[in-house]
Design a binder for this molecule. Structure first.
Ligand code: SF4
Ligand code: SF4
Length: 504
């Protein structure tokens, strides 16, 4: 099904790396395709030397799939490029059964599709009805659920990494296998954020890697990424992140100022001053309003950092204490004013994660010397550490449900969009509730950990594939001009989809 021009081929191996079915091998500088090849065309598109030609010629036993624009030719015993459709004895079947999540398994009665889109398959072109449109009476109300596995070019994933570790500058490019897949975006409280995918990257030169990365992450696979001028990341949603080979275990309690706000009363009883190091805000206990609130007076010590407001100093991101550039505790102090400070004063230097702590004593000459931690300070450090949450990786899949996902539901797409926004139609993704962005379109966010496991796929158009469910009353479905003539029962859909009740 593919032909490699061995004269033109430079044996770079890019096609081997990108083939979604692992159908290519490179041996003795020669590319060979196995019968698993489905003529999807990825290899010929990524070949920089145009050495590969793809043919879609009929052959005995092979079946062509028309469920997306790729139109794979699938040999008997093999699957198409998205791995969703398989040729079983000359018949193309969706190789995952349609999933019905029992209604009792949903935590909120408002978000309960009658069946999920997982295993539903895709109808193409968009004008055809969605693969399954089912109805059932629930609590005396006739409900309808319309499901499809929608290929979404407008899709991506936001990755939240709960860590104080500096991973790179905001805006820095993020790559997988050297290919651009996204960017570091605005840091959230105690978490670093990545925005991966989106239509411009999906439709760009690295689109196949982008699609694969979004789907691997959404399906909770481990993925290695590198940040331009920053860190190497090993991440899997639900796990602790590994950053430059170090696993992070603890998320900061807050910035240095927040830490002082939380613990000023306790700190006042055990030290005369405290500097809480943090790459965002460094806190100085005696000057901070929370320190003053508990009766402290300014100690004469100035911490490193650029002053923001009283007791709050901007830190500089680095790999030192509190993920600042401070490499040892004495560097946390910029100045000691001995007209205010006094010899013997004890200064606690620590971090917002409570990992490290040092106790420094002011000497008569205004210097600092490290002394052993007192039992009270050790006890405080336990409290600070135990107040931190666990570091973990989370993921929010983002999608825009435009073409096929609406056309399969109704002939009046705007009515569907408006009903989703008004709440008359409930959209779920693989059984999980979504957040619909305000404004135009059906742009949604979904926590991938709430979606039925391994529900996402990708097709080499390229686009990611998400299981969508639209649930509403029959009355609403009629009102929005739904394809009511295709309504069947849940039982019929499960029989056609070889479905069984599956609890997740
Ligand atoms: S056409 Fe698709 S399946 Fe076949 S070898 Fe190329 S990339 Fe792999
Ligand atoms: S990639 Fe498209 S054409 Fe190929 S098997 Fe999947 S749905 Fe069918």
């Amino acid at each position: 099904m593919i032909q490699v021009d061995q004269e033109t081929c430079r044996a770079c191996g890019l096609c081997v790396q990108e083939c979604p079915l692992g159908a290519l091998t490179l041996e003795a500088k020669k590319i060979t395709a196995s019968p698993a090849c489905s003529s999807c065309g990825v290899c010929s598109k990524v070949c920089p030397h145009e050495a590969i030609t793809v043919y879609k010629e009929a052959e005995p036993g092979a079946v062509q799939c028309f469920s997306c624009p790729v139109q794979c030719l699938v040999r008997e015993g093999y699957s198409g490029a998205c791995k969703r459709y398989a040729n079983k004895k000359g018949v193309l079947v969706r190789n995952r059964r349609l999933v019905e999540k029992p209604l009792a398994d949903y935590s909120s009665p408002g978000y309960r599709p009658l069946i999920t889109g997982v295993g539903a398959g895709t109808t193409y072109p968009d004008s055809k009805p969605a693969p399954y449109i089912v109805s059932r009476k629930v609590d005396d109300v006739e409900l309808v659920t319309v499901v499809t596995e929608a290929p979404l070019s407008y899709s991506g994933i936001k990755i939240k990494i709960d860590t104080n570790f500096h991973i790179g500058e905001e805006g820095a490019r993020v790559r997988r296998h050297g290919k651009l897949v996204g960017r570091v975006t605005t840091e959230e409280y105690g978490s670093k954020m990545l925005a991966l995918g989106g239509v411009n990257l999906l439709s760009g030169e690295t689109g196949f890697t982008v699609a694969r990365t979004i789907v691997d992450l959404a399906n909770k696979e481990k993925v290695e990424l590198s940040v331009e001028n920053g860190s190497k990341l090993e991440i899997r949603i639900g796990d602790k992140p590994v950053i430059d080979g170090r696993q992070d275990t603890r998320m900061r309690i807050g910035c240095g100022s927040a830490t002082i706000g939380l613990f000023a009363r306790r700190l006042k009883d055990i030290v005369e001053e405290a500097i809480i190091l943090d790459h965002h805000i460094i806190g100085l206990l005696s000057e901070h309003p929370a320190g003053r609130e508990v009766g402290m007076k300014y100690s004469g010590i100035t911490p490193v950092g650029r002053k923001s407001t009283v007791g709050r100093y901007f830190g500089q991101a680095g790999s030192g204490w509190g993920d600042t550039v401070v490499e040892n505790p004495a560097e946390a102090v910029a100045k000691v004013d001995m007209s205010i400070a006094r010899a013997g004063m004890r200064l606690l230097v620590t971090e917002t994660t409570g990992r490290r702590a040092a106790l420094l004593e002011v000497t008569p000459s205004g210097g600092l010397r490290e002394i052993p931690l007192t039992p009270e300070v050790v006890d405080f450090m336990h409290t600070l550490a135990e107040s931190c949450e666990e570091s973990r990786v989370s993921g929010i899949y983002t999608g825009g449900s435009g073409g096929s996902a609406r056309a399969g539901v109704t002939d009046y797409p705007l009515r569907l969009t408006r009903s989703v926004h008004s709440g008359e139609v409930i959209l779920t993704v693989g059984g999980a509730p979504v957040y619909i962005l305000p404004g135009g379109g059906i742009n949604f966010l979904v926590d991938v950990e709430k979606v039925i496991p391994r529900a996402f796929a990708w097709v080499p158009t390229p686009a990611t594939v998400a299981p969508l469910e639209y649930t509403m009353t029959l009355k609403t479905y009629e009102k929005i001009g739904g394809k009511t003539e295709y309504i069947t029962t849940v039982e019929d859909a499960l029989r056609r989809g070889s479905g069984e009740r599956v609890s997740y």
